[in-house]
Write a protein of this length. Structure first.
Length: 483
C-alpha cells in the first residue's frame, strides 16, 4: 500500500471510529431512556410546578361528565383558579370555554387524539401555563376537557409530552441522522485529506524520481518546488545540496581514478625503462658481450645511473605520500624570502651555469617575510629552476626570478625562455605525472611529480601557485606576508 493511500485510510478510519463511538454511546443512552420511558408519568415527573396541579388532576380523573354536573365541574376548577374549555373532540364544537390566550389555544389544538385518556387526566406544561386534560365518553360521544392556569413560573426544562411510539421513531431518526453525518464527515475527510496529500506527495514524487535518476547514473537535475511550504522548501534545498555534493564527489572520484590510472601507467613506464637498461647491461656482462674491463665498467656505470634514477623516482613518490597523508614533519618558520632566494641561488649558481643556465634576480631591497618550512620551500624552488633548465630548447636557458611585495602578500615569479606549455595544458602542469610529452618517450628524464609536490607544499603553507606562458613558462608563487 502506498504512503498516500495508507494516510488517507488512517484518517478516514480514525474519524469514522470516533464518530461511531459517539453514535454508539448516544444510541445506548437513547435506548436506555426509551426502555424506562413512561408516557403517562413524564409530565408529572418533570413539571410539578403548580401547587394544586395534583389535586386538579385527581379532581378531573374522579369526575363523571354529564350536562347535569358540567356546571359543578366548572365551579370546582374555577375554585382552583383554572380556566376551562369543553368541546366535542370529534366535531371540534365548543360546549363551554373561558378566555384562553392564543398560545394556550395553540397548545390545546396541538394535543392529538392519542394523547387524551378516558381513564385518567393528564398534566402538561406549556410555557408559563399548566394544563390538565381528559376525554369523557358521554352518550356515544367523546367530550374533551382542558383546564389551564397561568403559573408565573418558567421551568428550567422544557418538555412536550410525546408517546412512546413517537419517541421510538425519533430515536431511530436520530440514529439514522447520525449515520448520515458520519458518512458526510468521512467523505469530507477523504476529499480534503486527498487534496492535502496530493500537495505533500507532489514534491515527494519529484524527490523519488530524482533519487532514481541518481541511482541509474543519469544526469543530475535540481528539483524545482514552488509550493510555498517552508518545510518542503528546506527539504528540497537539502536534497539539491546533496545532489550537488554527490556530483562533486563523483567528479572528484572520477578525476582521482583517471589520475590513479595515469599515475600507475607513469610509474610502470618510468620504472620499466631503467629496469630494462639495467637488465640489458647485466646480461651483456653475463653473456660476455662486455669482454674488456673498459666496456664492463661502462655497462656497470649505466646500470648504476639507471638504478639511481629509479631511486630518485621512488624517493619522490615516498616524499609525496608522506606529504599528502600528513606524515611529513613540517617546521614552518618566519623567513625573509628575499634573503632565502638570494642564498639559494648563490649556493647552486655554479652547478646550474655548468648545465647551460643563466640566472637573473630582481629581488628588490624590501624585506619580504613569509612563514613556511625552509626545506620544503628549497625543494619547490630547486625543482622549478631545474625544470626550466631541463626542458629548455635554447642553447642558454635564461631563468629570471622576480620578487614582488605588497601589503598582504609576497609574489615570487620564476620565468624561463623555453618553449612554454600549450595553452590547453596549462591547467594540468600541476597534476601528478604531468609531462609535456604525454607519450613519455622524451629523452629528458623526469618523474612528472615535481610541480605537483610544489603545489601541495605551497597550498599547505596557505599560498597559491599558478602558471602562464610569457616568452616561455612563468610560474608564480603567492604567499601571505608576515608583518
Amino acid at each position: 500500500m502506498s504512503l498516500q493511500r495508507r494516510i488517507v485510510t488512517s484518517y478516514v478510519i480514525i474519524i469514522v471510529l470516533a464518530l461511531l463511538t459517539l453514535l454508539g454511546i448516544g444510541g445506548a443512552f437513547m435506548v436506555a431512556y426509551y426502555a424506562k420511558y413512561d408516557e403517562y408519568a413524564t409530565d408529572v415527573r418533570y413539571f410539578q410546578i403548580e401547587k394544586n396541579g395534583h389535586k386538579v388532576k385527581q379532581l378531573v380523573t374522579n369526575s363523571q361528565y354529564s350536562k347535569a354536573n358540567q356546571a359543578q365541574i366548572i365551579r370546582d376548577l374555577h375554585a382552583y383558579h383554572y380556566r376551562v374549555r369543553i368541546f366535542n373532540q370529534k366535531t371540534g364544537k365548543v360546549i363551554y370555554t373561558d378566555k384562553f390566550a392564543e398560545d394556550e389555544l395553540y397548545f390545546v389544538n396541538s394535543i392529538r387524539t392519542d394523547d387524551f385518556s378516558t381513564k385518567k387526566a393528564k398534566r402538561y406544561q406549556w410555557s408559563n401555563s399548566a394544563f390538565v386534560s381528559r376525554l369523557y365518553n358521554y352518550q356515544g360521544q367523546k367530550i374533551g376537557l382542558v383546564a389551564t392556569k397561568l403559573t408565573h413560573y418558567r421551568p428550567k426544562k422544557y418538555n412536550i409530552h410525546i408517546s412512546k411510539l413517537d419517541l421510538r421513531n425519533r430515536i431511530i431518526f436520530t440514529l439514522w441522522a447520525g449515520v448520515l453525518i458520519i458518512v458526510i464527515v468521512a467523505l469530507t475527510v477523504l476529499f480534503f485529506s486527498k487534496r492535502t496529500l496530493r500537495r505533500i506527495m507532489a514534491p515527494l514524487d519529484k524527490l523519488v524520481a530524482a533519487s532514481r535518476r541518481i541511482e541509474e547514473g543519469q544526469e543530475f537535475k535540481p528539483v524545482v518546488y514552488t509550493g510555498g511550504d517552508y518545510e518542503m522548501e528546506v527539504l528540497i534545498k537539502s536534497f539539491n545540496d546533496m545532489q550537488t555534493s554527490i556530483k562533486e564527489y563523483m567528479d572528484k572520484t572520477a578525476a582521482y581514478e583517471r589520475a590513479r590510472t595515469k599515475m600507475i601507467s607513469g610509474i610502470s613506464h618510468d620504472l620499466n625503462t631503467p629496469l630494462t637498461s639495467i637488465k640489458g647491461c647485466l646480461k651483456g656482462i653475463i653473456d660476455g658481450v662486455a669482454r674488456t674491463p673498459e666496456r664492463q665498467k661502462k655497462y656497470i656505470e649505466i646500470a648504476y645511473n639507471k638504478a639511481a634514477e629509479m631511486e630518485g623516482l621512488l624517493q619522490q613518490l615516498f616524499y609525496l605520500s608522506k606529504l599528502e597523508t600528513g606524515n611529513m614533519p613540517a617546521n614552518p618558520v618566519v623567513l625573509d624570502l628575499r634573503t632565502f632566494v638570494s642564498d639559494l641561488v648563490a649556493k647552486n649558481r655554479l652547478a646550474w651555469e655548468e648545465e647551460g643556465a643563466q640566472l637573473s634576480l630582481r629581488l628588490g631591497t624590501e624585506t619580504s617575510q613569509v612563514k613556511i618550512d625552509a626545506e620544503q620551500l628549497r625543494r619547490v624552488l630547486v625543482n622549478i629552476i631545474e625544470n626550466a633548465i631541463k626542458y629548455n630548447d635554447k642553447n642558454t636557458a635564461l631563468v629570471t626570478i622576480d620578487l614582488i611585495t605588497s601589503a598582504d602578500e609576497v609574489k615570487l615569479c620564476l620565468g624561463d625562455n623555453g618553449p612554454g606549455v600549450p595553452e590547453d595544458k596549462l591547467g594540468e602542469v600541476f597534476n601528478e605525472f604531468y609531462r609535456g610529452d604525454e607519450s613519455r618517450n622524451t629523452k629528458k628524464k623526469g618523474s612528472g611529480l615535481g610541480l605537483y609536490i610544489a603545489r601541495t607544499i605551497i597550498n599547505q603553507a596557505g599560498g597559491t601557485i599558478s602558471a602562464r606562458n610569457e616568452q616561455g613558462l612563468k610560474i608564480t608563487l603567492t604567499l601571505p606576508r608576515i608583518n
